[in-house]
Design a protein around this ligand. Sequence first.
Ligand code: NAD
Length: 340
Amino acid sequence: MVIRIGLMGYGTIGKRVADAVMAMDDMELVGVIKQTPDYESEVAINKGIRLYTYDDKISKFEKLGIKVAGTVNDLIKSVDVMIDATPDGVGAENKVKIYEPMGLRAVFQGGEEAEVADVSFNALANYDMAIGRRFVRVVSCNTTALSRLIGAFLVHGYRIRRVRAYLVRRGADPREFKKGPINDVVFNPATVPSHHGPDVMTVIPTVDVVTMAVAVPTTMMHLHMVNMEFDGQITRGEAVKVLEETPRVLLFNTAFRKFDSLAQIIEWARDIGRLRGDVMENAVIEDSITVFQNELFLMQGVHQESIVVPENIDAVRAMFRLTDKWSSIRKTDSALNLVT
Ligand code: NAD
């Protein structure tokens, strides 16, 4: 069975999800809805992607010689599911205006409120909750990274009493020239918890998670400083083993391999030929993994532009009951050439 997919919003997340869908043999990217004719439209067309747009925008595309395959309605009629990667809040509007009236299924992103979907999703942590669902929300980059990290230990049978995480967020994505800060540390927000902890608990309600966040002038990655308190003892060796065995988690060593910063992790991804220099895995700093009795401390880098991409693919498989959790994770990671 091949699932026919339409994509709404071809920005940072959308363009990556489009490429990922095209790499899957059980999915077909029928087309992408764009509202602006620009360089990204040309790139998409050169990749063989069919573009669709709103009735009143067709002439704008035609004037610039960019060929569209049809209107939003044309695309919607020929897909099984829409992956919505529009900016925060637009997905919820699309649900009411388009997906619900047309009887469509949809995957939303983490910028939407949890209420937009039947389930907030992370493949490792709660794949089964999305099986057969009509509306699924892939949680944000920070929430995905924390859910994977916590999920890794839960999957291995550990009991976690509580998680406290301190998030140093990138100020903007590399292409976002109007965002900042450029010389500041912004309380993001000053109040506790930041929205990330409660958001993780929409995926893993059994663990108490509190987060604090600031935003800083970098576009590379987010950095998380995490403290996990276990119900019972854990050794550093056990923690390392869990993380080594978990898909979509990579360990970066500073002592031997000389990874001293997040920029070097991105450089590594570029050097090994990752498309766009993406790091879809949690980048755990191996030397930071420390255990005091039942408390684990570590740092992890989170490549905000790409970490949610494999989760979108698994969400579709769960919604359409294509396969089970581990088969889906393996299939996605293999098609995306992720190191496991
Ligand atoms: P983006 O601004 O880079 O891309 C959104 C795209 O959607 C833009 O190209 C915009 O023109 C287009 N768009 C807007 N309204 C549209 C409409 N009605 N029809 C068709 N296209 C429309 O945004 P993004 O960073 O890719 O974020 C998308 C979603 O993913 C948000 O929910 C965001 O919170 C979430 N997310 C973003 C990141 C990140 O760091 N960028 C990480 C994880 C999740």
